[in-house]
Design a protein around this ligand. Sequence first.
Ligand code: MGD
Ligand code: MGD
Ligand code: SF4
Ligand code: MO
Length: 727
Amino acid sequence: MIFGRKKRKPITIVDKKVVDWKYAVCGYCSTGCSIEVGLNSEGKPVASRGKGNAPVNQGKLCIKGIFEHELSGTAGRGTEPLVRNKIYDSFQPASWDVALDKTAAEFMRIQEKYGRDSVAVVSTGQLLTEEFYTLGKLVRGVLGTNNYDGNTTLCMASAVSGYKRSFGADGPPGCYDDFESTHCLLAFGSNLPEQHPIIYWRLKEALEKRKFPLIVIDPRVTMFAQFADIHLPITPGTDLVLLNAFAHVILAEGLQDESYIAAHCNGFDEFKATVAKYDPVTASRICGIDADMIKNVARIYAKAPSAMSIWTMGINQSTHGTDGVCGINNLNLITGNIGIPGGTSLSITGQCNAMGTREWSSCSGLPGYRMLEKQEHRDEVAKFWGVDEAFFPAKRGLQQTDIFPAIESGEIKALWIVATNPLTSMPNQPRIKKALEKLEFMVVQDGYKDCETVNFAHVYLPGALWGEKEGVQTNTERRVNLVRKFVEPPGQAKPDHWVFSELAKRFERGRAMSFPETSSDIFDEMKSLSKGDKRNLDISGMSHDLIEAQRGIQWPMREGEETGNPRLYSDGVYPTPNGKANLLAMDYIEDNEVPNKSYPFWLNSGRVVEHFHTRTKTGKIGNLNKFSPTPYMEMNPDSAREQGVKHQSYVRLVSKRGDAVVMVQLTQRVPHNMVFIPMHYHDCVNRLSLGLLDPYSRQPAFKQCAVRIEQIDQQEAARLNVERRAF
Ligand SMILES: Nc1nc2c(c(=O)[nH]1)N[C@H]1C(S)=C(S)[C@@H](COP(=O)(O)OP(=O)(O)OC[C@H]3O[C@@H](n4cnc5c(=O)[nH]c(N)nc54)[C@H](O)[C@@H]3O)O[C@H]1N2
Ligand SMILES: Nc1nc2c(c(=O)[nH]1)N[C@H]1C(S)=C(S)[C@@H](COP(=O)(O)OP(=O)(O)OC[C@H]3O[C@@H](n4cnc5c(=O)[nH]c(N)nc54)[C@H](O)[C@@H]3O)O[C@H]1N2
Ligand code: SF4
Ligand SMILES: [Mo]
């Protein structure tokens, strides 16, 4: 019997006529999949496939990876530098010499007039590590401004400060292989199947071989929550309360690992006294999770022979993001679940090279996780670079979220944006726009000239993108992997490290230093700087060729070792003054914007699988953009009925900051008092968001603020939406 159409055409796979496959690691998320890009006889990228036998993805790719070759030749790329004197004038094409001379001259003029720190630099998690290192060298050794940070403050900053507070240093201690041996997985504020599809596939593979409990904590019924054994729909922003309550139950029932605590932890008594206040009944009133369920989950976790926790933005993007991270670390320390197979605190990172910038960009200090505050680190780097140690600032300067207010107050006069699009991605967009208008000078260095932030630049520098340059990236499990260059950048676009070295030459200090030209020479420089006694971030055993041969290597890999190391802290020794980890006593303080009578809904935001961030890339790939081309919000059908709102109609959302028009998608995914908007659209969720900051990491609480819903004329709304899609 034949089903379906009578005259079915047989499925044919078009022969793309690939003549050569080039090795790369994916340039979207931090999973770090190894890809091969197929080139036809004209050298054009025409196909992508997962690299077989790659430790991360074993030949698999997600939908973004499968179409990644299509990025080559997309519309909107910058092909030549552009300059203008005033922001609303039209841009004039310029040579690199003219654009870089102008940039250097303006930086010098402004620094001379207002001081070194009046020029700020904001970078990204999306350059190659060699480029991050070179930018760090330029900023710390030549420009000398201390107001230097990256978009990672919107993303990973809470995980970094949490790791530092608990363990004494940054660096996720576990790996994906831990799924193979764990006996329980807790996932906080992460939607793994959509945001890290191949890590999710690794988890599913492990679960198919051997079942263990999967518990997802998320106010939304995400795809991940649907797949979980237990879903805890937590009240937004209250994870710390739940974590303290888990610890309360574990200690009250004597389920802790006494010997691990005694041998490897500081601060137990104070910690115990604090969590004593978070009994499950009291906690349940704040975090919205039933007291018996809290006990149940705490027992499952503590009794498992090994248990692990992962988390992403639901934890980091909160007013107690860092405390949430430390709460997770506390849980794993008291149960002895650090550094063992299947036992870890694994922050799932975000951008393809979010780790590379943490390791090597010097944003938070000096390269290789060194600190400005440590004399021996300052001396070491100063000598290595050939600069005066006194030129380095005494301590870290402003972070991204403090740089914009400093523009408002007049402290910062010039801004250099590298590979990030803050006009769309920062909270409270109306305020960001005003700040950018106030600058005396702004440079935007981006692969795409149609990225919204370019509209406020005086100089635009076209950067080469993924596959147009060679270098490494580090993924969530500390695996360093390689992108080979397989295609030329369009027009005059140049690799970012070239731009950094060329700019350095325009300063006297820069001419006195050396800036290697090739990315493997830069890598060699990083290797020798990474060598050292007891350094975890040691890459001295790696090389570009070896990385490709092993399809990615996890640091540390010391000189003489054959491969990398899957876990940190397996010996229970932490990089703190006494070698022990810190248990942290943290009280919950309610400090969010919460719904009230005038603004009765929580506004939650995040991502969808087919888009990446501000869509400069995925908005132009037909097979990705067609799934969600329009700004929309998820809304619960019951509250929609109460508000008189219909499926697929447009509404206006209003917060204390601004308003946005979105299409309504009714779904039970969100609770009655919440709406959810993907972050990908310009002039949308971040016109509404508030972004209160975590006190330690300065990361914005993107996931929580309050809005109300208003009806809007449907034709007017449709017109607004079409205008917005005018890419
Ligand atoms: N397809 C795709 N993949 C991506 C990206 C992308 O843009 N597109 N971006 C990459 C980057 S940079 C990042 S940072 C990651 C982000 O990856 P994820 O963090 O997994 O993604 P989000 O959708 O931002 O947020 C995850 C969840 O946090 C939940 N959440 C909100 N508030 C709370 C809370 O108070 N507590 C808890 N426990 N959960 C809460 C939300 O409901 C949401 O489901 O994804 C990476 N991968
Ligand atoms: N409401 C809300 N807002 C959020 C979030 C949220 O969950 N909710 N999440 C936050 C998070 S976690 C993140 S990471 C940020 C991301 O926010 P952004 O960093 O602003 O997002 P992207 O669109 O990735 O911007 C990167 C830019 O770099 C360019 N680019 C890419 N590769 C290169 C390169 O090699 N060289 C050069 N020169 N340019 C390059 C791209 O074209 C793009 O314009 O958004 C944050 N904003
Ligand atoms: S899971 Fe992430 S790294 Fe892997 S193919 Fe998809 S976007 Fe790329
Ligand atoms: Mo991110």
